[in-house]
Design a protein around this ligand. Sequence first.
Ligand code: KIV
Length: 287
Amino acid sequence: MSVHARNTRLTVPQLVAMKGQRKIVSLTAYSKPMAQLMDPFVDLIIVGDSTAMVAYGRASTLDLSLEEMVAHTRAVVDNTRLACVVADMPFGSYQESPELAYRHCAQMLARSGCDAVKLEGGKALAGTVRFLVERGIPVMAHVGLMPQYLNLMGGFKAQGLTEAAARTIQEDAHAHLEAGAFSLLLEGLAEPLARALTAASPMPTIGIGASPGCDGQVLVTEDMLGLGGGHLPRFVKVYADVAAVIRDAVERYADDVREGAFPEARHCYGLPSPAPVNSEKRPAKAR
Ligand code: KIV
């Protein structure tokens, strides 16, 4: 059952207004099927640059072009009508200068139709956030574990575990809020820190590996569906084993084809056969 009372896409101001009212439910999507299936149930879809690793099998999120992110985001926007859609800006597309960031973020909004962009970075990026927001681009600021900073962090590690590290992340979050970010994405943070950031923030926090105290929660969809493969971070809860369903279907298909059990006469054109398969569901033209 859909959880949405409304019949239109959730806007950024409506998402902000959910803070303190009810939890914000979020998942990632990169393509039509996932986006379409989750749209009735989630408030926020993040087209994460995790697509580099999840959809393309690349080693990190650093290897992704603006063209690729625009194409994935457009597929998600075109095939949803309820969830607010936020697009990750790829590595190298916004760090150099506020002007370059504006050019690329404006392209993302105009060409994909997304509602907002997400940028990873500490307080050094707050000037860019302000530049974008003042020019009409809503920004979600991603702090804590920032996968685009993999090489500086020396791996995907929880952040804010010492007092000094926690203070730095608090300063980062504060600077982004001051600059006009409409939301904070908190990834891989010590739980008390994420809880404190949420309590101090007038804008909603979305957590992943952060705290149940965040205003919202996101997971990488493939991870929670058992499609992630390999090592999963401890913050992932797996809700289904879709990989097993796919393996089973593909194995049965392969067996059928090898044994001549598929296609049958009813799957063929120009042969006497019973009513066409699922004729009531098919459009008139042959598929
Ligand atoms: O790239 C990604 O999938 C993310 C998630 C944390 C939303 O940034």
